[in-house]
Write a protein that binds this ligand. Structure first.
Ligand code: TXA
Ligand code: MG
Length: 538
């Protein structure tokens, strides 16, 4: 099929209206996003929308009309509730969709078998003219391929739909940028099924208490029924993997920069203010203060993420889920398939270093000065008691449990340290749990600064949460002597352990502070005092 590219001249709008009356599909601009329109009262035409988008048939469509009076005239709803009139008065034409009991004229294709129907009067002049000129009610979901970010320009529509639909009507870029707020009135208390630029607070100011459906902010459990079928699917997703980082702004920057330093296949979706502070390639969605600008830019940013060359994973700066931010959060968390990393609330100082260099001594000295220390070794011992971790270890290494169900640690150690590959397997299983336990422990400790004492700070990814990283180093010969003495092992064995670690250059590159521990105790405690004072000063 050859897709016609139409503009918003009277002649082109007439042509688009004729296509719609003939049962064809036209992508039309609205103030929110582009919609893929068909005659809502023609079941065959509506079925073609599902085919063109690859949309699951159980996901109902929104019906658009030009005037409030069309709702009754065309038999779209069974009755018009009083609250619908109040909402219409306040917000239509505009980015609000209202769900009511459906009328006899609505084909099953539109309502996907439900006994309700979603109605909206868009404010975009071209949409309004198309509705008025055609005299039709138009069923129109967003004009993207199902699962992709919604289109906010005619080009986005062409990228997804060229050759699959009769025409695209170009009305410029959409001013709102996220889809309409969907509210159902078929409930004891009116409930938001999809947040948009019209916020809960604005709705409540007009009609009183409004609830927010659980699925707006949370992932549905497998057995939970979706009140709005569209909310159950992965959505808005670029090809790149999206992960949300939730927490303080400075910790977002630290996380992304530390990760980018060792992995150049990552990028960011962030605010304008983040960009000069980030080393990774990024796409900005507007100023932190301007949520409307962020909404307008969001879908274009998600599409543009795939244009960042070599970027496989994008880390998005997570908005607060309030006001217009709720709409942004709702879209981003679906683009991320609910993958969210919570950044720590505390200030975390990483302490790491070469084996035998004296990290534990530094940890003890800092603790004496009153800084709480979270030990990775202790967390590792707890991690392997976790039933999921134990199950994964058995799957990887065979039956490594004792008769009483506890882990046979020496057996695990023997298998895991038999080769680099086995060690890597052990780490892949345990590190995420160790990091989680350390973060939980840190959160429960008093004060705002916590030391992470971890010989594998970098390997485990715990470094990404650290505001500063301190590396304790010492000359190889000195470490060799300390290790043989401390652990009662041969020089060869000690040398083997040392060679399994990162070398000095690595620590010099990735640590923010270095403590050399080659000489006397005095030198070390002086070094720690300087470090402590630096940390306390911030
Ligand atoms: O801004 C918008 O609403 C855009 C423009 C084109 O108007 N349209 C749009 O449609 O976003 P769509 O199909 O992509 O999203 C409609 C959402 C889906 O989540 C769907 O499940 C929900 O509304 N929905 C439609 N009818 C419903 C009903 N009867 N009950 C519950 N949810 C419904
Ligand atoms: Mg959609």
């Amino acid at each position: 099929m050859n897709t016609l590219h139409l503009s918003d001249t009277t002649e082109d709008i007439k042509a688009a209206a004729a296509i719609l009356r003939d049962g064809g599909l036209v992508a039309m601009p609205t103030e929110t996003v582009y919609g893929l329109a068909a005659n809502a009262l023609d079941g065959d035409a509506v079925r073609r929308i599902f085919e063109a988008k690859g949309r699951p048939m159980d996901n109902p469509l929104i019906v658009h009309v030009a005037e409030f009076s069309d709702i009754r005239r065309l038999g779209l709803v069974a009755e018009i509730p009083y609250l619908a009139r109040m909402l219409a008065e306040a917000f239509w034409p505009g980015p609000l969709t209202v769900i009511m009991k459906k009328g006899g004229a609505i084909p099953d294709e539109v309502s996907a078998g439900l006994d309700t129907v979603a109605i909206r009067i868009p404010s975009h002049p071209a949409a309004h003219r198309l509705l008025a000129t055609s005299g039709l009610a138009l069923a129109a979901p967003s004009a993207n391929t199902s699962g992709k970010p919604s289109p906010t320009t005619a080009q986005h529509v062409i990228d997804d739909m060229d050759g699959r639909i009769e025409a695209v009507l170009d009305g410029g870029s959409c001013s709102v940028g996220v889809e309409s707020t969907v509210i159902t009135l078929v409930a004891d208390v009116p409930r938001i099924l999809r947040p948009g630029i019209i916020t809960r607070e604005e709705l409540e100011a007009v009609i009183g208490p409004v609830e927010v459906d659980h699925a707006v902010l949370h992932q549905l459990e497998n057995n939970e029924r979706a009140s709005s079928p569209g909310m159950k699917y992965k959505h808005y997703a670029p090809r790149a993997r999206v992960i949300l980082l939730r927490g303080d702004d400075a910790k977002y920057i630290t996380y992304v920069n530390r990760l980018y330093a060792r992995d150049q296949s990552i990028g960011a979706i962030c605010y304008d203010e983040d960009k000069p502070l980030l080393n990774a390639p990024c796409i900005t969605i507007g100023s932190m203060q301007d949520e409307k600008a962020q909404a307008q830019a969001l879908f274009d940013a998600l599409r543009a993420a795939d244009g960042l060359t070599g970027v496989k994973t994008v880390y998005a700066h997570c908005p607060a889920a309030q006001g217009v931010g709720m709409a942004l959060y709702n879209r981003l968390i679906r683009a991320a398939a609910f993958e969210v990393i919570d950044l720590p609330k505390k200030r975390i100082i990483g302490l790491t270093g070469q084996t035998g260099a004296g990290k534990s001594e530094v940890s003890r000295l800092l603790s004496e000065r009153g800084l709480p220390v979270v030990s990775a070794d202790a967390a590792a011992r707890r991690a392997v008691e976790d039933s999921e971790v134990k199950a994964m270890l058995c799957a990887a290494f065979g039956d490594v449990l004792r008769e009483d169900g506890s882990l046979d640690r020496s057996l695990v150690a023997r298998i895991a340290f038999s080769s680099r590959e086995m060690t890597a397997r052990l780490n892949a299983i345990t590190h995420p749990t160790i990091a989680r336990l350390m973060l939980e422990e840190a959160q429960a400790l008093p004060g705002d600064t916590v030391i992470f004492d971890a010989s594998q700070l970098f390997e485990s990814g715990e470094d990404l949460f650290c505001e500063r990283i301190v590396g304790v180093l010492a000359d190889a010969e000195i470490r060799l002597r300390r290790i043989t003495k401390r652990d009662g092992i041969s020089r060869e064995e000690a040398a083997l352990r040392m060679s399994a670690q990162y070398d000095e250059r690595f620590f010099l590159t990735y640590c923010d502070d270095i403590l050399y521990n080659n000489g006397t105790e005095q030198a070390l405690s002086d070094g720690v005092r300087n470090l402590y004072e630096g940390l306390v000063r911030g």
